[in-house]
Design a protein around this ligand. Sequence first.
Ligand code: 5GP
Length: 216
Amino acid sequence: MGDTSHTSADHLHRRGLMFVLSSPSGAGKTTLSRMLLERDSEIRLSVSATTRPPRPGEIDGVHYHFVSADEFQRMIDEDDFYEWAEVFGHRYGTPKGRIRAALKEGQDFLFDIDWQGTQQLYQKDQQDVVRVFILPPSIEELHRRLQNRATDSAEVIAARMERARAEISHWDGYDYVIVNDDVEVCFDKVRAILDAERMKRARQTGLIPFVRGLMA
Ligand code: 5GP
C-alpha cells in the first residue's frame, strides 16, 4: 500500500455492485464464477435465506442464512427479498436488507442465476445490477459439453439442449454478452467489465471529497 499520508485514488470509497453471470448450462458460467471468487478479493457470493434445515457441514451465514418458516414469512411481508421461490417444499430467497447494507460499504456480490432471477433482481435495483451473459462458441460445442456423461440417454441430452436453447433466447436482457471460446480469455473479459463498472462515476462515492481536495 505504501504511502498513506495522502488519499490514494485507488482507495476511494465506492458503492458495491451486484454482478450477475448467466448462461445456458455448458457455456462455462460455473467455472467463471469460481475463478472470479478465487481471484478477486472484493467480490463474494450472495448468501440466500432458506427454511431448509442445514445439511451436515453447512454453516449458518456461509452457505445459507437458515431461518424459521415464520421468520421467512415475516421477511416476505416486509418486502425483504429481491426474489424468492419454493423449491422441493422449502423456501429460498435473496435478502435485500443484508445486501443493501453491504453494498453501501463497498462490498460486491456475485449472482450465479438464470434469466428469471436476473429480471427480478434488475426490477428491484437497476442502479446496482450489472448483467453479463455467457454464450457457447457454437451449438456443436455446447452439444459436446452437454454429452459429458456417457450414461445419459439421447433423450436426456436432447432435453438439456432444449433448455439451453430456451436460456439463450434471453440473451437480449443483459448488458454485456461474451462468447466463451477460451475460458481464460473469457475470464479476462469478465474482469474487464467488472473493473470498468467499478470505476463508474456514480459508484465512486469517495470522488467528491477527493476532487475537492485536488481543487483546494
Ligand atoms: P439446495 O437445497 O440444494 O441448497 O437448493 C435447492 C435449490 O434452491 C437450488 O436449485 C438452488 O438454485 C435454489 N436456490 C437457492 N437459493 C435460492 C434463492 O435465493 N432464490 C431462488 N429462487 N432459488 C434458490
